[in-house]
Structures are given as structure tokens and as C-alpha cells.
Design a binder for this molecule. Structure first.
Ligand SMILES: Cc1cc2nc3c(=O)[nH]c(=O)nc-3n(C[C@H](O)[C@H](O)[C@H](O)COP(=O)(O)OP(=O)(O)OC[C@H]3O[C@@H](n4cnc5c(N)ncnc54)[C@H](O)[C@@H]3O)c2cc1C
Ligand SMILES: NC(=O)c1ccc[n+]([C@@H]2O[C@H](COP(=O)([O-])OP(=O)(O)OC[C@H]3O[C@@H](n4cnc5c(N)ncnc54)[C@H](OP(=O)(O)O)[C@@H]3O)[C@@H](O)[C@H]2O)c1
Length: 450
């Protein structure tokens, strides 16, 4: 049975109501869910239907819940690293004459997931259009409050359900990080269709004939610039420092024809201008793209909850309280998958899931809380209070996290990452391919049509 697809009525521009809070850089303000909306007296014995009434609130939610994936996207690690170790190689992707070899388009990657879902009959376990609004521990059970959106009646069905254990896998590339900048809210009032976050990019029509300023010089910025450059009137990039994860990005951002700017000091709506920290101004910018990353967020727990402690709110945020990025130190029946940041997401996510299976099936046992806490403090000492806590370079990820997680996997599990020089060479060759593709798109030698 095909999965039910959500309605395609995404909210593109940053909602004015969010900017007017002047606290829009605080993920708590941007939270997707709202405990206050839970119908009074909801219990696990009943289901309550509520007509959607707060349209403005729903606009915010749509803007936040939309994933950062867009139609023109292609992957940035070689094909082998965008499948789980138990998924077979697909020979057609070995074809080196493919324009985007060794990568996949987002459609091809989605197909890979769809095939897995069909093969393993996973849709029996997936509830679409259903938001987890609250997660709480009630004696020895986790009680989840859920809200299903009914597209035909434009109503919510609220219900609760109990579980013995919970895996949080809500991703961390949807809640946009919008840095607080003076004048931003007023600028948006005067020019309501000039400010977008990279997650709201639709297609190259967004850039045609425009003077476009990208804020942020990481992968989202560079990925969109390759499409913007051939069609835009002018491309500018505001950056605050060098990019570290993909070294080629620094040259790409500074390449021929792109105007580099420092950080933005202030938006000046009356002058239709943007002031930068070096005192320069840019006038008549048609579109500002905040390619400024995302926050970790767990809106279904109260802000000051005892499990997920999000530190340093920004694109550099990190989450404290989890052993090996996986097990809540506070409660071993709560786990997280996907906190780790690597170029090898499929391998780290597979190892994470295997470790949870090992511990929850009682095949393996976690060390004492003291040992778990020590792991966190040692890592924090090495990385500092920022996202590097979760980040592993290609030559660190195997020993740094994957092998450690697999010690908790059920006996007989394969290690998803062979490791060694060959893996590093494959990934480094991938970086070269990303770089070459960037210039092919930027210089018009490759177009989205081709
Ligand atoms: C633009 C972009 C391009 C990327 N390209 C690559 C790439 O080329 N290669 C690569 O390896 N990685 C890439 N990544 C990273 C990759 O997308 C993530 O590592 C991966 O999606 C993480 O998987 P996940 O399942 O943890 O989270 P996600 O894929 O984000 O999935 C989280 C799911 O949880 C759901 N959810 C969230 N909150 C709730 C809630 N309250 N109730 C119910 N459901 C909820 C969401 O709807 C979503 O379905 C890219 C990311 C972005 C943004
Ligand atoms: N497959 C693909 O091609 C593709 C495309 C897009 C995204 N992705 C993935 O998506 C994930 C998120 O990437 P991302 O680029 O969206 O986020 P990101 O890596 O967190 O980058 C955010 C960028 O914004 C900058 N920034 C933050 N505040 C700023 C400010 N006030 N002024 C100027 N710059 C500011 C950051 O600078 P600092 O470095 O100084 O913090 C950084 O350059 C990554 O895993 C990436 O690999 C992949």
C-alpha cells in the first residue's frame, strides 16, 4: 500500500509572527508543538476530534515541520554510503557516465527507502500525518500524546498511547536556525517575500534575475549557490568563518563571480539596504537565503526536561544526557537515534539501532551511570560546548563511535563500516566529485534539465 502523502502547501517565507517575537533565535519560541493545545481531560481511553481553528499557529507548524530536503537535491557522499549494510548494491548506480556519479538524486534515494519499506512491510508500523505532541513518563510507562491531522475534514484527532520504551528519531534538520539580527522583523514587514530559510527553497525560479544574498557558507549555502549562480542577477555570501566539514566548500564560496561579505550587522528597511559588520551596505537585495543551519529540538518534552538537554542553541547546538549519543543516562528505556553528525549517517544510524536492539533484548548490558557520565564529560572536554560533541570526521567515526556502539549490538551483527584507508579514499574521492559538480552547475556546463 503506498504511503499517504501530506498536502503540498508548505509555508515559504519566514512567518512575521515568529520574527515579531524578537526571540526567533530561541528554538523554544519556534517549537512545533504546543502542550497548551492538548484537549482538556484527554485520557488513554478516548479519542477527541477538534476542528483546526488556529490557522496562524498551523502556518508556523508547517514552516517548521517541513524537512530541509528539496527536489533538486543530490547526495553528497558516494552511493555506497547511502544505504544500510544489509541493502544490496544497485548496479545501475555504478555507471560512471551518469552526470552525478557517484551520487544519487533525492528521488533515487527516496525510491531506495520506499523499496525497503515495501520489502520489510514497514508501512504496517508507520502512522503518517501523526505528530507526537508530548512524551512523559507515568510510573513505569511512557505515555505519548498524539495528534493525527485529517486532511479531508481539516481536523485533529487527539489520542494517547502507552509504551514500555521509546526511540526518539525526529531528526535535526527541520527547525531552522535564524540568527537574531537587528531590523530583521521590520525588514520582513516591509518586504514580506524577501527572506527565506534554505529549507524553503523550491526550484531555480526562486533565484531567476534576482540579487540573492546567502547567509552561511556551509553545505546548504553552497548547494543552492550552484543552482542560483547561472540564473541570478548577482550572488553574494555572508560568512562568519571558514567551513570545516567539507574543505572544498571554502574555495567554492570564494570562486569567480561570487561577492563575499562578512556577517550582517543590521537590516535597514527604510533604505532597502543591508548593513554588514565591515560598514559596507548592499542595496536592493531581492532575496536573502538563510542557509544558517538547524537546531536540535525535542518539542514533545518540556524545555527544562530531565532527559534531552539542548545546549548552545544555534546551528552549533548539542544534546547532553546521552551515552554514545544513544542511551538516556537518566532512563535506559529512552534512546535517541540520529544525534551523531558524520559523513556516514547510514553507518552511524545502523550502529545506533543495533546497540539499542542489543541492550533492549538483554543480549548486552549498559555500563554504570557513572561510566556513562564519564563518557559524556570526557567527550565534552575534547570538543567543547558545541556541535563538535556529536561530530566525527571520516577518519574518526569508526573508532570514535561506531565500534563503541557495536559492542552493545546483539551477537553476530555486522559492522556497517569496514573502515581503513579504502573507505577514506572513497569518501575523499566523493568530495572531489562534489566539488567538480559544483563548478559544472555553477558554470552552466550541467543544468538541472540534463
Ligand atoms: C538538505 C539536506 C541534504 C542532506 N543530504 C545528505 C546527503 O547527501 N547524505 C547524507 O548522508 N545525509 C544528508 N543529509 C542529512 C540527512 O538528511 C540526515 O542525516 C538524515 O535524514 C537523518 O535521518 P533521521 O531519520 O535521523 O531524521 P529525518 O530524516 O529528519 O527524519 C525525522 C522524521 O521524524 C519526523 N518527526 C519529527 N518530529 C516529529 C514529531 N513530533 N512527531 C512525529 N514525527 C516527527 C519527521 O517528520 C521525519 O519524518 C542532508 C540533510 C539536509 C537537510
Ligand atoms: N546533499 C547535499 O548536497 C546537502 C545539501 C544541503 C545540506 N546538506 C546537509 O544538511 C546538513 C545541514 O547543513 P546546513 O548547511 O544547512 O547547516 P550547517 O552546516 O549548520 O551550516 C550553517 C551555516 O550558517 C552559518 N551561520 C550561522 N549563523 C550565521 C550568521 N549569523 N552569519 C553568517 N553565517 C552564519 C554557519 O557558520 P559557522 O560555521 O560559523 O557556524 C554555517 O556556515 C548537513 O549535514 C549537510 O551535509 C546536504
Amino acid at each position: 500500500m503506498p504511503l499517504e502523502k501530506p498536502a503540498n502547501d508548505d509555508v515559504k517565507f519566514i512567518p512575521q509572527g515568529i520574527l515579531d517575537t524578537e526571540a526567533y533565535s530561541d528554538p523554544g519560541v519556534l517549537t512545533t508543538t504546543d502542550f497548551a493545545k492538548i484537549p482538556d481531560g484527554l485520557t488513554s481511553q478516548q479519542r477527541i476530534n477538534v476542528k483546526v481553528s488556529d490557522e496562524e499557529r498551523l502556518q508556523y507548524e508547517k514552516w517548521i515541520a517541513k524537512s530541509g530536503i528539496y527536489e533538486d537535491l543530490y547526495t553528497n557522499v558516494p552511493e555506497k554510503y547511502t544505504r544500510f549494510s544489509y541493502q544490496l548494491e544497485e548496479p545501475n548506480y555504478k555507471d560512471e557516465t551518469r552526470d552525478i556519479h557517484p551520487f544519487l538524486t533525492v528521488g533515487e534515494l527516496s525510491k531506495r527507502f520506499e523499496n525497503l519499506i515495501v520489502k520489510e512491510k514497514l508501512s504496517n508500523y508507520i502512522r503518517t500525518n501523526t505528530t507526537v505532541v508530548k512524551v512523559e513518563k507515568n510510573s513505569n510507562k511512557w505515555v505519548l500524546t498524539l495528534r493525527k491531522y485529517d486532511l479531508s475534514t481539516h481536523s485533529f484527532e487527539w489520542y494517547q498511547e502507552e509504551f514500555d520504551a521509546v526511540v526518539i528519531a525526529n531528526g535535526h534538520y527541520s527547525l531552522p536556525n535564524i540568527p537574531h539580527i537587528d531590523g530583521l522583523a521590520d525588514y520582513n514587514k516591509v518586504f514580506p517575500e524577501k527572506l527565506i530559510h534554505a529549507k524553503s527553497y523550491s526550484n531555480i525560479d526562486d533565484f531567476k534575475g534576482k540579487k540573492v544574498l546567502f547567509v552561511g557558507n556551509s553545505i546548504s549555502g553552497v548547494s543552492l549557490i550552484q543552482y542560483a549562480f547561472p540564473v541570478a542577477k548577482e550572488v553574494l555570501v555572508s560568512r562568519r568563518g571558514p567551513h570545516i566539514a567539507f574543505p572544498w566548500v571554502n574555495d567554492a564560496i570564494a570562486s569567480n563571480g561570487i561577492k563575499l561579505k562578512p556577517t550582517i550587522e543590521k537590516f535597514l528597511p527604510k533604505e532597502n539596504a543591508i548593513l554588514f559588520s565591515d560598514g559596507t551596505k548592499e542595496y536592493d537585495v531581492d532575496l536573502v537565503v538563510f542557509a544558517t543551519g538547524y537546531h536540535y529540538h525535542f518539542p514533545f518534552f518540556p524545555k527544562d526536561n530531565e532527559y534531552f538537554k539542548v545546549k548552545n542553541a544555534s546551528n552549533l547546538s548539542w544534546v547532553s544526557g546521552f551515552y554514545l549519543d544513544d542511551f538516556s543516562i537518566k532512563d535506559p528505556t529512552l534512546t535517541a537515534v540520529g544525534l551523531t553528525v558524520t559523513h556516514l549517517n547510514f553507518s552511524s544510524i545502523e550502529a545506533s539501532a543495533a546497540a539499542i536492539a542489543g541492550v533492549w533484548s538483554n543480549a548486552k548490558e549498559l555500563p554504570s551511570n557513572e561510566v556513562q557520565e564519564k563518557w559524556v564529560s570526557k567527550r565534552l572536554e575534547a570538543t567543547g560546548d558545541n556541535i563538535l560533541f556529536h561530530y566525527y570526521k571520516i577518519n574518526e567515526v569508526k573508532e570514535g563511535i561506531i565500534d563503541q556502539l557495536l559492542e552493545f549490538a546483539p551477537n553476530g551483527r555486522n559492522n556497517p563500516l569496514e573502515g581503513g584507508d579504502q573507505e577514506t579514499k572513497n569518501l575523499e574521492a566523493g568530495f572531489k566529485s562534489s566539488e567538480a559538480l559544483f563548478y559544472k552547475f555553477k558554470d552552466g556546463k550541467l543544468t538541472l534539465k540534463s
